[in-house]
Design a protein around this ligand. Structure first.
Ligand SMILES: O=c1cc[nH]c(=O)[nH]1
Length: 426
């Protein structure tokens, strides 16, 4: 990462667009104003002109569901490999040892890695750290205080939105104390409660009182309760200037087609956004019978066919819930192609336009009138960028370059044979 301040850009020259055309893209302030045939663009302002021949220019990804308070804790927590229950147990034990500073340090490193890979907006859940319910308010708010500090520190580089993840054991007093810190969204995990519908009501009552958006971990199991339809019905008449979304929705992917379609229709009728999280749910679900078992993906195709707004995210990164991952949207997109049977363009749409829509962010990308949040990746086409995930990238946030990674490869060649051209390396 450069230590320089963000540099405004006025022209991105010679890029390949997602539709394959070569173009010059003119930026004025925070907005893309013109997309012209390559060679015809003229810089409109004093910002830098970037020559990006050999790069694909895309709408920058948005991460709709991170857990920055947990990121990079896998080796510290040393959890056993296992399912959601065992991850929660290992995380709870480790969480007791954390300080505000240690959480902020891991979160900051993770945000910067995600920004370097192209993600310019992140929604992160942050646990209300109530333990078994007996924690003090000081303990319960540690994660939130850490992420609020990181949001303040990095706010000029990346749009960071925070969700209070209130598990079933969190007393309302702790949830309210976390929200009082300036957390943006009410979250929770009703499917983990003894009475899921009562917990859903409780969380929605808090959001209703405070006039906040809602983003719930929803039905994160292969065989547990189905609450997605009740959630959709409950928010059907709620104000539309707030976003409501459901993450995971793994159970939906296991329902028989008639039942699945009934729930999907309820979701579509309420315009509830759905966030699929392939890397974590392919890890967390299916341990009982790993071969030929249903895996942890929601019913992505049925949701898209019904016109539901669907986003995809990287979720947990290197923590008890998922030991691996880079928080790179191209990694998520690639998994959606392999495990979700989407085309590379559809998959990239879920981590960019789809994610921005579910988060309620303005449209971005190389389109006149759109926010100049852009990701240039070395590659020949969108499909090439998703497949190779080259580390050679330029990231523009609100019209300024916020990260640039370059890659120099020296390839050996057999004696007497000309050296081959460098190949993109992810
Ligand atoms: O998948 C999950 C579920 C709960 N909490 C997490 O951090 N990840």
């Amino acid at each position: 990462m450069s230590a320089q301040p963000p540099r405004p850009v006025s022209l991105l020259r010679g890029v390949t667009l997602a539709d394959g055309h070569a173009a010059d893209v003119v930026v004025e302030g925070e907005v893309v104003t013109q997309v012209l045939p390559a060679g015809s663009g003229v810089a409109a302002g004093a910002g830098d002109v970037l020559d990006l021949d050999g790069y694909v220019l895309l709408a920058a990804p948005a991460e709709p569901h991170a857990h920055l308070d947990k990121a990079r804790s896998f080796e510290l927590a040393a959890p056993p490999l296992g399912d959601l229950g065992s991850a929660i147990e290992a995380w709870r034990a480790y969480a007791e040892t954390m300080t505000v500073e240690s959480i902020a340090a891991r979160a900051r490193a993770q945000v910067l890695q995600m920004l370097a890979s192209g993600t310019t907006a992140i929604r992160s859940h942050v646990d209300v750290l109530s333990g078994d319910g007996t924690a003090t308010v000081e303990q319960a708010t540690r994660g939130a205080r850490a992420l609020v500090a990181v949001r303040e520190e990095l706010g000029s580089l990346v749009d960071l939105e925070l969700v209070a993840l209130a598990g079933p054991h969190c007393p309302d007093e702790h949830v309210e104390a976390v929200l009082d810190l300036g957390i943006d969204v009410v979250g929770g995990a009703p499917h983990l409660a003894d009475d899921p519908l009562a917990d859903l009501d409780r969380l929605l009552a808090i959001a209703g009182r405070r006039g906040l958006p809602v983003d719930l971990h929803t039905d994160e199991s292969l065989d547990g309760p189905v609450t997605l339809d009740a959630y959709a019905l409950a928010v059907r008449d709620w104000p539309r200037d707030r976003q409501y979304s459901a993450g995971h929705c793994v159970r939906l992917g296991t329902l028989a087609p008639d039942e699945r379609d009934r729930v999907v229709a309820e979701v579509a009728a309420s315009d509830l956004g759905v966030i699929t999280l392939p890397i974590t749910n392919l890890y967390l679900q299916g341990w009982d019978a790993p071969v030929g078992t249903p895996r942890g993906l929601t019913a992505i195709r049925a949701l898209l066919d019904a016109g539901v707004r669907v986003a995809a995210g990287a979720d947990n990164v290197r923590d008890p819930f998922n030991p691996v991952g880079r928080g790179d949207a191209l990694e998520t997109a690639s998994l959606l192609v392999t495990a979700g049977h989407l085309s590379p363009a559809e998959a990239y749409g879920l981590v960019s336009d789809g994610a921005r829509s579910v988060l309620g962010l303005p449209p971005a990308g190389p389109r006149p009138g759109a926010r100049a949040d852009l990701l240039a990746v070395r590659g020949e086409s969108l499909a090439d960028a998703v497949a190779t995930a080259s580390a050679d990238r330029v990231v523009v946030h609100r019209g300024s370059v916020v990260a640039r990674s370059t890659l120099t490869t020296t390839l050996a060649a057999p004696a007497g044979v000309p050296a081959p051209d460098p190949v993109p390396v992810g």
